[in-house]
Design a binder for this molecule. Sequence first.
Ligand code: FAD
Length: 873
Amino acid sequence: MESERTKEEGGRKRSLKVKSSVDGGEGNGPKAPANPMVKDELKIKEMLASKIARLQIGDESMDVEMDGIFSDGKFVEKSVQAWQESLESGEILRMETTVGELLSHLAALHKKVGELHAKYIITREEITTSQESCQKVITTKNKLEQLCRELQKQNKTIIAESRKMAEDEDAKRKQLSQQFQTTIDEVSVKMEQQGKDYVASLHENESLQNKLKAFLAQYEVREEHFSHQLQAKDLTIQLAEAKLKHQIELTKRESEKVELTLEKAQQIAAREVALQEQLSAYSEKFDTVQDTLSKSNTMFVTLRTEMDKMSKHIKRLEKDNAALKKKCDQYDSGAIEALQERVRSTEDARRQQGKINKLEALCRVLQEERKRLKESVTPTEPTEAPLEMTCAGPNALALVLSLMEEDRASEFTENESIKLSFWRSRLVKSKLKLKLQNIRVLDPSGTWCNCWNNNFELFGISHLRSPLNVHLDPLRPEGLRDFATATNQLSSQVIDPPTSIPFNKKNRAFATNTSMFSENDRSFFGCPSQKLFAQFHTRLAKDYNISSLVEKEKVCTISPIFDSTNKTPSSYKLQCESGQVIMAAKVVVAIGTQNIPRLPQWSIPYRNAHRVYHSSDLVAQGLRTVQRRYKATKPRVLIVGGGLTSVHLTKQSLQWGARHVTLLTRKKNLLVQPYDVPLEWLSPTLRDKMRADFFADMNPLTRLHKIKDARRGGSVTRAALNQMYSIANPNNFNHLGDATIQHLEQFDDHIRVKLSTGITLDIDEIILATGSDVNIKQEPLFKELLPHGVKTTEGLPLIDDDLRLIPSMNVFVMGGYAALRHGPTAGNLMGARAGANLLSELLVGDLTTIEQLETHHHMRFLCGKENMYELLQ
Ligand SMILES: Cc1cc2nc3c(=O)[nH]c(=O)nc-3n(C[C@H](O)[C@H](O)[C@H](O)COP(=O)(O)OP(=O)(O)OC[C@H]3O[C@@H](n4cnc5c(N)ncnc54)[C@H](O)[C@@H]3O)c2cc1C
C-alpha cells in the first residue's frame, strides 16, 4: 500500500513538475514568447512533456476510464460522517478504515488526475499541432486564394485574348474561305468553260472527222472516176490512134484513088491532048477530010459523053469520100459509146456479182436451214461446237462482244484506251481473229435482245433506268456517251440524271470531296433512251460482225456426257425444241429471269381463263394484240404489284383504252428510288466497296438477304410516276395500298375481287405485275444437271467464282442466276458487264491461239491491268 502510494505520488509529482515546467508556472496554457529561441525551447519542452505524458499513458486511447471514481457521489461525505461518528464513538479501527478508504480514493483520484493531466498535455500539444497545421492550412489557403485570384485574372486575360484571337481567326478564315470559294467558283467556271470547249471541240472534231470521211469518200469516188476517165481516155487515145491509122489508111487509099483519078485525069488530059492533037489533026484534016467531019463530031460527042462520065465519076468518088468520112465519124462516136457501155456494163457486172454473192449467201443459209430441217425430220449425228450459249439477251451479247474484242477491256478508262491503242499499234502484228464457228448462240427468237426489246415496247418505256455508263461496249466505258455525241443525239436521247442524285459541286480531285457522286460523274449518270441504246448495240453487233450469229432454237435440257473413264463430263448434250441435238464442250446459260412468272396462289386457276394475265403473258401476246383487245373492250383493270412494271402498265393500260385502272400494292406507298439498287451500288467511290463487302460475306444466306435488302421488294422511278400521272387522274385511276386480294369470283362478263381491306371491286381484267422467280429447281433447262450436285439457297445456285454451276462441270450461268456471285446488280446490265468480263477471260483460251492469248496478256500488263510477275512466272 505504502509503496503504491509513494509511487502514485511520485507519478503525480512528476506530472505536476512537468505541468509546472510546461505551464511556465502560470497554468494558463502556453503563451507565445516573443524571442524565437525561447519559442523553440518552449516547443521542445512541450514536445518532451507530451512525450513523457504519452509514455505515462502508454498506447491507450485518449479516453480516461473514470469508472468507480465518481460512482458514489456521496462517498466523501459518507466517509467524513463515518469518521466523525467513529471519532465520537471512539472506534479507532473504523476510523482507520474510513481514513484508509478515503486515502485510497484520494490516491485513485490523484492517479486519474495525473492521467488526465498527461492526456491534457497530449491534447494541448495536438491542438497546438492542429492549430499550427491549421495556421499553415490557412496560410496555404490564403496563398492559394491569392494564386487563384491571380490565375482567374490571368485566365480572364487569356480568355479575352483568345476570344479576340478566335474572332480575328474567324474573320481571317471567313475571308480565306470567301477567297477560296471565289477561287473554286472561278475554277469551276473555267472548268465548265473548258468542258464546254471540250464538248465543242469534240463536236467539231466529230464533224471534221465526218467531213474528212466524206471528203475521203468523195476523193475515192473521184479517184475511181478519174481512173475510169483515164481508162476511157486511154481507150479514146487508142481509138484515136486507130482512127488515125484508119484515117491515114483511108487518106492513103483516097490519095491512091486521087492519084489514080489524077492519073486517069492525066490520062484523060493526055487523051484530051491527044484528042486535041487529033482534033487539030482532024481540023487540019477538016478541010481535007470533010467526010470524016461527021465522024469526028460523033467522036467529039463521045468524048464529051466520056468527059461527062468522068466528071460524074469524080463526083461519085467525092460523094463516096464524104460518106466514108461520115462513116468514120460515126464509127468514132460509136467506139466511145461502146467504151462507155463497157464501163457501164462492168459496173453492172459488179453489181450483179454482189447480188450473186448475196444470193449465194442466202442459198447457203437456205441450205443450212434445209439441212437443219432435214436433220430435225430425220435425226442425224449431232453437231458439235466448243462453246454454246443458251440465250441471246444482253448478257449473252455482252459476253460474245467481249470474246470478239481483242482487248476485252471494258474496264479501261479513256487514257488507258489511248495507251492500249499505242501498244497495240506497236506490238500486235495481226488482229486477233476469233473463230466465229466456234461459238453458237441459240435463242427462240433468232435475234439479239428480242426479249429486252419486246419488254420495252409493250411497257412503253422510253428511257432506260440504268445510267449512260452501263452498256455492253466491250472496250470503252465511255462508249455509249461517245456514240450519242458522235451521232448528235446526246441532248435529244439522254435525259438528265435523276434529281435525287447528290452531285457534289467540288471536283473529285479535292481530298475533301468525300461524296458519293461528284460533278464529273454527271455526264455518265443521265439515262439513255431505248432508241439510242438499241442503235448502239445494233452498231456494236454490226461492227463485230455478229448480227446474224443467233440461231432460232429453244434449248429444252442440258445433259452432261461422261465417258467411261472420266468423272468429269467430256461434253454436254443440248436437246432443242425442234428436235435438234447439239453437242458442246462448254455451255453458258444466260436465260434471263423471266421464264418463271411469280404467280400468287389465288391466281393460278384463273390465269388461263382470259381474265388474269401475268405481265409476261402480255409481252408474249405482243403490243398490237393487247392494244386491239383494249380498244375493243375498254376493260376495267386491276394491276397487282408495287414495282416499276406496275407503274408502266398503269400508264400503258390507260393509253390503250382501259376505262379504269386500280393499282393494288402490298406496301402502303410506292417506294421511289432512281435505280433498282441503292445509290451506293452505282457510286464510283462506293460501288467497289459494296461489292467487296458482298464477296467478303461467305454465307450464302446472308448474301441472299443482302440482295433482298438492296432490291427492297421493288421500287419505281420519279420519271415513270410522272409519266403515269400525266394520263392517270382520279376519274380513271386509283391506288389501293396496304391491301391484298382475299377472294376472287368469276362471272360471265366480269370478276369480283374482295380485298383484305374489305373493299369489293368489279373488274374485267387482272394484270399481275408481280415479277418472276429465279429458281433453278423450277427451270426445266437445268433438270438433267440437278442430280449431279447443284447446291442452292432458296432456288439460287451456289456457283463457284468462275460462275460454274457445278465446280467439276463446264456449265456457266450469267445474269440473275449468278446473283450469289455478282450481288444485287447481277440481273441488270451492270451484272451483264461483270459476268462478260469474267467469263471472256476464262473462255477466250478455247477460241484463240496461245500466241494471241499471250499478246493479249502482255498488252494488259503494259496498260497496268495485269500483274507483271504473274506474266513472268
Ligand atoms: C421492263 C424492264 C425494264 C428493264 N430496264 C432495265 C434497265 O433500264 N437497265 C438494266 O440494267 N436492266 C433493266 N432491266 C433488267 C433486264 O431484264 C436485264 O438488264 C437484262 O434483260 C438481262 O439480260 P439477260 O440476258 O440476262 O436476260 P433477257 O434479256 O431476259 O434475255 C434472256 C434471253 O434468253 C432466252 N432464253 C430463255 N430461255 C431459253 C432457252 N431455254 N433456250 C434458249 N434461249 C432462252 C430468251 O428468249 C431471251 O432472249 C429491265 C427489265 C424489264 C423487265
